[in-house]
Design a protein around this ligand. Structure first.
Ligand code: ATP
Ligand code: MG
Length: 394
């Protein structure tokens, strides 16, 4: 993805007298023959000059970073830098631009993320990253404790890369994460959530739970500990996304979970719906009304929770089938609804409209009545005319 266009950028920088290399995930994933997500280029050219040479925008000029657009791709072009002292376990209070690429390499998180590659695909390795890449090892660059103290997000990034790449955390790196796990509490919830979402993209739930537990990180991220301790020996774990995982965690641990996790009110109410659904279907089948009322997505999550926690039979095929066959997904899809009741009949009271529409919906959802104007009209007249619909309008 776009390496050829990246080479153009490197050549232009070199033709203007600068050094430039691919660095980070692009080099790592190129060597691993994995799909490349985004491309970083590191250079001794200063941000203002990068902006003069290319079409781009400053995305983090303070950190020397410019996003350059070339041939429809975007590239993060970052000036060599070394970081000053870190404040708040996340941000350096000052950065300085460096003249030697080795200084830039030294500030990077893991050895496999610190490889350089030039325009001819020649790799430069100042941190033994190639050896680690071969052995599928994730090792922090430099002094492990220092690196995690500087930026505690690296603790979670380690899990992200271990899960994403299927790498093992190198012994000392692992020990340092475990010892420094408490630092994760200094990182604001939003950043932790973003990183967890990335981790869950790879669906490797057993590894994630194991790593969060074994590194002690679960202890210092609010609400995770109880759930993870209960799940760690589960034989029924299956792939799930971040939302499903959090539903499971909140289900297992009802302590107040709304302060830290920045879910919307809608999402919190969905979590409650999932808990209710899991409760009523633990030992019973999903039915048309449940799938209609709560929607397929929440039903599938509740099904997952029951499978994992209670070894309930898998009802996902049933849920899919019910959903596919539902004649309507919303009230407004009824071919005969409240409006018709008002225009066609004299009603004893408006309060009956809701009840009659609910009745129609029930009949349609359960395939007793077709979602057909005439069929529903006949049903309504047979049942209600002369009663709450006291006569037809003339
Ligand atoms: P991905 O495949 O997720 O994009 P990546 O390795 O490219 O993985 P990015 O977050 O895109 O990761 O960062 C690009 C590079 O910048 C990393 O490979 C690493 O060299 C460096 N980097 C990013 N974040 C940090 C950090 N918190 N501490 C040190 N170095 C970092
Ligand atoms: Mg990247």
């Amino acid at each position: 993805m776009g390496l050829e266009s990246g080479i153009k950028i490197i050549k232009i920088l070199e033709n203007n007298g600068y050094e430039a290399f691919f660095v980070g995930g692009a080099v790592r994933d190129y060597l691993l023959k994995r799909e490349i997500k985004d491309i970083d280029i590191t250079t001794n050219c200063l941000p203002d000059k990068v902006l003069e040479l290319f079409k781009g925008v400053e995305t983090g000029k303070k950190y020397g970073c410019v996003t350059v657009f070339q041939d429809g791709f975007s590239f993060e072009v970052t000036t060599y830098r070394f970081d000053g002292k870190y404040i708040d376990s996340r941000h350096p209070n000052e950065i300085s631009f460096a003249s030697d690429v080795k200084e830039d390499i030294a500030r990077r998180d893991f050895t496999v993320n610190a490889l350089l590659m030039d325009k001819n695909f020649k790799v430069y390795d100042y941190v033994n990253g190639l050896e680690d890449l071969k052995n599928k090892m994730l090792r922090a660059v430099g002094n492990h404790h220092e690196r995690f103290k500087e930026d505690a997000l690296r603790l979670l990034r380690a899990i992200y890369f271990a899960v994403k790449l299927g790498f093992t955390l190198e012994e000392k790196t692992f020990a340092a994460i475990k010892e420094d796990a408490n630092l994760i509490s200094k990182i604001v919830g939003e950043r932790v959530i973003l990183e967890l979402k990335k981790i869950f993209e790879y669906g490797k739930i057993t590894e994630i739970i194991f790593l969060l537990q074994e590194t002690n990180l679960a202890e210092f991220i609010p609400n995770l500990k109880v759930g993870i301790t209960k799940l760690i020996n589960s034989k029924n774990l299956e792939a799930m996304d971040f939302h499903q995982f959090m539903a499971l965690i909140f289900y297992l641990n009802h302590e107040n979970y709304q302060n830290y996790w920045r879910f919307s009110n809608k999402e919190y109410s969905e979590f409650n719906s999932i808990f209710n659904l899991a409760f009523v279907t633990k030992a019973d089948s999903f039915n048309n009304l449940l799938v209609y009322t709560y929607g397929k997505k929440l039903c599938l999550t509740a099904n997952k929770i029951n499978r994992i926690l209670y070894q309930s039979p898998d009802q996902s095929a049933l849920i899919e089938k019910i959903d596919e066959k539902l004649p309507i997904k919303k009230t407004c899809e009824l071919k005969f609804k409240g409006g018709e009741l008002i225009s066609l009949y004299n009603l004893k009271g408006v309060q009956f409209i809701g009840a009659i529409v609910d009745d129609i919906k029930f009949q349609v959802i359960n395939h007793i009545l077709k979602n057909d104007y005439q069929e529903i009209k006949t049903y309504v007249e047979n049942k209600y005319l002369g009663g709450v619909l006291f006569d037809k309008k003339v």
